[in-house]
Design a binder for this molecule. Structure first.
Ligand SMILES: *[C@@H]1O[C@H](CO)[C@@H](O)[C@H](O)[C@H]1NC(C)=O
Length: 256
């Protein structure tokens, strides 16, 4: 797995590549690590108020997110707004609360190892997203923490038709989020090709977003299809507020 290490203060978008080999079924499990971004350049010191608020915020997320698959926490002492820590945890819509808890617990440990002393960071797994910051981000579309993943294999059979079908499926899924409780939608379509091929898709937003903002977030992500996934047989745009994924195989159990 190759990661681009360079992030700048202006754009924290990161782009990286996962080879089909690294994605082989027997090599990784669904709970695997995807990516992390140390999103703040400000640091806190050990044993400071920020450090203790962060610990508390992460503990709260580990206990309050698993039942519903989503949680927020804001921790500060009295009026000490400067040291307020805001955290968010989101599990993939189909993940059990036990798996969710494991994922969030692992994430809170690893985020501190990968971004030691940073005042803001985000970490993604197949099963969950965890992020925290000293700025209050709840309810806002996160345009900064974002990365792409794609299958190296390209579609040789009518790639333009394939690209259009991918886009159409993802748009139709994103239009369904409004009616859902957890802003999570999966779906599949028969491909208009020779065989019995099916295209599978998944879209999800963080539940601090309104359903309108969720749709907007997904529209922006889907708009990035040409940059991320042109002609690719599988791909994802993954952000701090929403993400999509499409594959030629079932992504979650409910699609099997
Ligand atoms: C915070 O720590 C990182 C890693 O040690 C360092 O690169 C960065 O310059 C620090 N930021 C500030 C504002 O000092």
């Amino acid at each position: 797995m190759k990661l681009s290490k360079s992030t700048t203060f202006i754009t924290l978008q990161c782009f990286f590549l996962i080879s089909p080999l690294a994605f082989g079924d027997d090599i990784i499990t669904d709970s695997s690590f995807l990516f992390h971004i140390c999103s703040s350049f400000d640091n806190y010191t050990s044993n400071s108020p920020y450090a203790s608020n962060l610990n508390q915020a992460l503990d709260q997320l580990i206990s309050n997110s698993p039942p519903s698959g989503f949680g927020l926490s804001s921790v500060r002492k009295d009026d000490d707004l400067q040291n307020q820590v805001n955290g968010l945890a989101l599990c993939r819509g189909d993940v059990s609360s036990a798996d969710c808890k494991n994922c969030v617990a692992t994430a809170s440990q690893e985020i501190q190892e990968r971004c030691p002393n940073r005042k803001g960071a985000a970490i993604w797994y197949d099963f969950c997203l965890l992020k925290y910051s000293n700025t209050k981000f709840f309810g806002k579309i996160d345009n900064r923490n974002k990365f792409y993943m794609w299958n190296l294999q390209e579609r040789d059979d009518e790639p333009e038709v394939f690209n259009k079908q991918v886009k159409r499926l993802l748009i139709s899924l994103s239009e369904k989020v409004e009616g859902t409780k957890n802003l999570y939608v999966i779906g599949e379509v028969e491909m208009r090709t020779k065989g019995m091929e099916k295209l599978y898709g998944l879209v999800q937003c963080s539940r601090d977003l309104s359903s309108n903002a969720c749709k907007k977030c997904l529209q922006i992500a889907i708009g990035e299809l040409p940059n991320c996934c042109n002609d690719k047989i599988g791909g994802r745009v993954v952000g701090g507020s929403c993400n999509f994924r499409y594959e030629l195989y079932p992504i979650v159990d409910a699609q099997k």
